[in-house]
Design a protein around this ligand. Structure first.
Ligand code: NAD
Ligand code: UDP
Length: 339
């Protein structure tokens, strides 16, 4: 069975490709390398001892996509390709709507015109918006997103759902990720943000490795146990395994299904800093700063549906996440740029 993975050289994509190859799938990756490095391909092959096909392709280029989808038998597509920086999306909304939404429409057209009816999409907990109670559960109404990035996820969910209504032969799986952190235990692939990291764990790792002076914790006056925000952090390898389960599910089920992929346990920013220090025996300097616009005080997942219907639960704990994040960072202090 062949799986097309868009954005497959990126952070979550590369870990998912490893798990797909380890589970015996043939994998074709397309990526325009906007936020990833060609070195990732070799590292995936090194970790798995298996081959994959990489084609440099932009999902905004429908003709190039058609060349990929028409020449090969593709059974299922996992769609990671997209822009994901929340702050940048506020500054450049049209760039985000064009890349993420037009790109997805091109992809779905190209897949369905060439016989592939199974699509798994990288959505996000952000689609629950500000209105919902916690923990988030898939049956809740979606909410008001706090950024154009979030709206692209919410809109793409709707576009795929509508495409499925028009074509009942489609299998659409919408995976709502919570906060992926960690790296492959080999330390060969991991998260390598360009410029100043927006997300917490890459920032902590870069402070620990000496690339940044200190972490600023955005707000310590929230109504949470220690005043800092709480999130549902999930190990990226667990998340990757969730995608393999979703491919199996899509092979057996038509229609649109939504699954939360989280652990169900929230940790505060301070708890993450402390756990990182403890797991790795290294100090992380931090200061408290102002709240970041758009941050919710706390949210986490109810992942019972994924357990029941996908047969998936997160297995790794916070110590695993902190250890593997640091293992990746210390072995690759400048990310992939050293190769
Ligand atoms: P990433 O940036 O590491 O990976 C995305 C990949 O898509 C990159 O390799 C990039 O080069 C590629 N890409 C972007 N635009 C493209 C285009 N037009 N054509 C072809 N390739 C293109 O990000 P990630 O963290 O691995 O996230 C993967 C997906 O999961 C994204 O859709 C993201 O929005 C979603 N997601 C991520 C998180 C998170 O916290 N990392 C949370 C929820 C959802
Ligand atoms: N955070 C922080 N300092 C940073 C980056 C993030 O205090 O430099 C906090 C942020 O306010 C949030 C949590 O860490 O409460 C997780 O943020 P991240 O951007 O990683 O994920 P989000 O939940 O916003 O998608």
């Amino acid at each position: 069975m062949t799986v097309l993975v868009t954005g497959g050289l990126g952070y979550i994509g590369s870990h998912t490709v490893v798990e797909l190859l380890n589970s015996g799938y043939e994998v074709i990756v397309i990526d325009n390398l906007y936020n990833s490095y060609p070195e990732v391909e070799g590292r995936i092959k090194e970790i798995t001892g298996k081959d994959l096909t990489f084609i440099k392709c932009d999902i905004l280029d429908k003709a190039a996509l058609d060349l990929v989808t028409s020449k090969r038998e593709i059974d299922c597509c996992i769609h990671f390709a997209g822009l994901k920086a929340v702050g940048e999306s506020v500054q450049k909304p049209l760039l985000y709507y064009e890349n993420n939404i037009t790109g997805t429409i091109n992809l779905v057209n190209s897949l369905t015109e060439n016989g592939c009816k199974k699509i798994i999409f990288s959505s996000s907990a952000t689609v629950y918006g500000e209105e919902n109670d916690i923990p988030y559960i898939e049956t809740m109404k979606k909410g008001t997103c706090s950024s154009p990035y979030g709206w692209t996820k919410s809109m793409i969910e709707q576009i795929l759902t509508d495409a499925n209504t028009a074509d009942p032969e489609l299998s659409v799986v919408l995976l709502r990720y919570f906060n992926p952190i960690g790296a492959h235990p080999s330390g060969r692939i991991g998260e390598d943000p360009q410029g100043i990291p927006n997300n917490l764990m890459p920032y902590i790792s870069q402070v620990a490795v000496g690339r940044r002076d200190h972490l600023t914790i955005f707000g310590n006056d929230y109504k949470t146990p220690d005043g800092t925000c709480r999130r549902d952090y999930i190990h990226v390898v667990d998340l990757a395994e969730g995608h393999v389960k979703a491919v199996e599910y899509a092979a057996k089920n038509k229609g649109t299904s939504i699954f939360n992929l989280g652990t169900g346990t929230p940790y505060s920013v301070l708890e993450i800093v402390n756990a990182f220090e403890k797991a790795n025996g290294i100090e992380v300097k931090y200061e408290f700063g102002a709240r970041r616009a758009g941050d919710l005080p706390e949210f986490w997942a109810n992942s019972d549906k994924a357990k029941k219907e996908l047969g998936w639960t997160a297995k790794k704990n916070l110590e695993d996440m902190c250890r593997d994040s640091w293992n990746w960072q210390k072995n690759n202090p400048n990310g992939y740029r050293e190769d």
